[in-house]
Ligand binder design. Sequence first.
Ligand code: NBG
Length: 963
Amino acid sequence: MSDEEKNVEEVEKKEEVVQQSEEKPTEQEQSEPPKEEEKQTVVQEQQEPPKEEEKPAEVELKQEEVKPPEEKKEQKKVNKAPTKRRPSLYEGFEENQQLFRPEFRFQNTDESKEKIYELMDAYLPRDKLSIQKSIVQHIEYTLASTRFDINEGYIFQGTALSVRDRLLEQWNDTQLYIKMKNPKKIYYMSIEFLLGRLLQNALVNLKLEKCYTEALMDFGVKIEDIYDKENDPALGNGGLGRLAACYIDSMATLNLPAWGYGLRYDYGIFKQVIENFEQKELPDYWLTKGNPWEIMRLDTQFKVRFYGTVKEEYRNGKQCKVWKGGEEVQAVAYDTAVPGFNTFNCNTLRLWRAFPAEEFSFDDFNKGDYQKALRSRDQASYITSVLYPNDNTLSGKELRLKQEYFFSSATVQNILRRWSRLNLPWKDFPKYNCIQLNDTHPTIALVELLRILIDDYQLDYKDAFDIVRKTFNYTNHTVLPEALEKWGVDIFERLLPRHLELIYLINYFFLEEVKKRYPGNGDKMMKLSIIEESMPKQIRMANLCVVSSTKVNGVAAIHSGLLKTMLFKDFYEMWPEKFTNVTNGVTPRRWIHCAFPELSNLLTEYNEGRDDWLSELDLLEEIPKRLDEKNQWPEFMEKYKQAKTAAKKRLVEFVKKNCNIDIDESFMFDVMVKRIHEYKRQFMNCLYCIYRYNKIKSMSPEERKNVTKRVTFFGGKAAPGYALAKNVIKLINIVANVVNHDNDVSPYFKMIFLPDYKVSSAQIIIPAANINHQISTAGMEASGTSCMKFVMTGSLIIGTRDGANIEIAEKIGEDHLFYFGKNVNEVAQIRKELANGKRNYVGSRLQECFNSILNNKFGNTNFMHDYVKSLIDGGDYYLTCHDFYAYMEAQEKIDEEYKDQEKWTKKCIEAICRMGFFSSDRSIETYAKEIWHVDECEVPKPALTKDARSVSSSNLKSLGDEK
Ligand code: NBG
């Protein structure tokens, strides 16, 4: 073969690699360790970087685009440029215009497939009739329903499937485009994604909400009723999982080449019902009607091993470790499209589901032992059957560790498969890949990457660890000791023996570094070590993360500060540059537009008729200025009040339907919705309700006329094993029952416990609030995110100097919220005093509230007696008593200020317009620039003519001049 022929052959081979869909491996490819020759290539590549023309993924790219993102970093300004308005996505297109796929210069044109390219070169039409046809076609042909038994459930499914079709086009094009450009990629790993319903969000992002509303109107149904038919996928506990959902929405909106990775549980967080005042948990099988959004990828499967033993073997004359035996489980990918707002980019959320790696044993089956034959099947699928219902606590069960490893291993294997197709040297891995750990749950992923690099690809430890450290970053979400993950060495040894060895190895090299830095300082070694020398020994997952990641961040300024001064103090001393802050954010698409459409429309109207504030929330700052200039405050305030009333009416209806209680939207709505936790202090709010009840009860009818009418709402789940939290729910319900049935008090004050708080009900509850409670003990709430949603939809915070409250106060002004209570330093001081025996901190008014409980004034509240006594007797760790009077004062101030509705309304509007910083787009932008160093990868706009479809083979040569 001549040189030229060899070259041609090589180029062809590389083209093949690019052309092969990454999601369609050959059979052998599926999760098999690399073959001997492959390993050699990889090792060789590592020593000898490939020449320019050998990089297949770069053949099509211009020189400057090849530059690894990290090098480009310097050229970019981190500081945000003044907000410039991006044109609306569909600017230049007429409504309902037929759009064609953008010009893609992808090397996959094959003349024999011309017909296929031609058939697929247009996007699905966006006009009303086509949409209607596509809905009914899905109902008949996908769902096999007849035209005579179509109901709202079918209409939801048909609608969702027709929307999915439209998402898929953008999704495919995005994936193709990313593959072609080969930018640095982000992998966001989270064991929870609390998505909430997807239909409305998808329509908003596709800019199809109006068209679908009209299409459905012709079917005689309201789109809101169809939204209501969707199950709420609740694959998360609370703030952490919901944050992950907001973040993938923002990553798509910002055109980042990102993947979310998580688990597809059969059962999400339990359904909460209240019976006899108590929480009962029911299983949440959210898949009863299937899930129209997900795509099962039978072609994306990986094997995951558990248990087994580690053996030493010789390979290529090198001694190496091999992990063998044990059990294998198959991880199968389920994908959901994640569309961005005002962009054609559409990313992927990939959730893994466990299946048996082998079919059941025919031997056992033939012997008639059917149960035994099926057992292994069942056991494998247990791994992803249920979400652990703990928020901010660790359950410590073996099955949980299995979930974590299953998730981590499948994800790492998938990332490596995508990487291996690029044929680049290992040292470049961190330039093209970045993995963000959403808390410590996926920590084992970094050990898994290390294991594969060392055991399968035979890299040296130092090189392998260097790659790992440069690839991973870690977000901490809590300082609560009960939530910090630690795993017994014994459980690891059994389940993941090779990983344990590697953790010891990481720790060994790390402690060597510590020794050098602090010679002879055993105390430092003990504090910093990844292994806690307890009985039994434990692995500190947070320490493992800090040691093995490039950046560690907290989720609000105060929290990131506490990481430096408390939780990771000694690490911070060693590596100050590792620690940073990224304050959380929430997506305005879901939390303003979907949850509060009346407000969204109003903001668009006064934003010169444009909805671009939804992806550039800072633009709202202009509204108050314009209202000043044009003297439009009165009309705006009037319209705002109408919007708020509409939102409150929705909650009134919701309460009637779910609690069968009548409430009046003219009352002030005071809301506290979040997981029930001692540090969040729902109990303190309940104590205040008792105080308020007693006070109103003791008033004369004349005095009562002056009372600000208020409904206090509570909502939130308690972990099933968290006795105190469950007791607090019971107490609230017992007190509420008396309050609401008391004819003297209930015309002025009501208490409602809203059962089964979840994303879809949050969308009704939050916009209806006038006041929201964010009253955690200072220093305990890492950030909190509902506070942001509340302020964005026009309610004022009563809260402590904790978490994101502090930054919200900075942005909107301290006079726009009701601050109270001890700050984080004072909390520490009081705890010392308590430990030193200080008592007598319960004043008479608080004692009276305690007495109401201790005397069973509201019914049998014996279950709270011990707790109340312990609070009185020095057990006030969360400062419920110490903050109570300041809290009461803040409550009184609220009652007073609410009387001046004009002033109140103006404050709410000003606060809304100053919340730009709390958009999750800002958070993600910060991650992208300061931690990930990734750039956007924007998919080209659709074409207006048919000719601009994908490249034909004749102009293959011009690859490189991409738009
Ligand atoms: C939670 C914190 C919240 C924070 C969310 C998201 C955990 C472990 N932490 O304050 O309690 O808003 O994470 O960052 O669930």
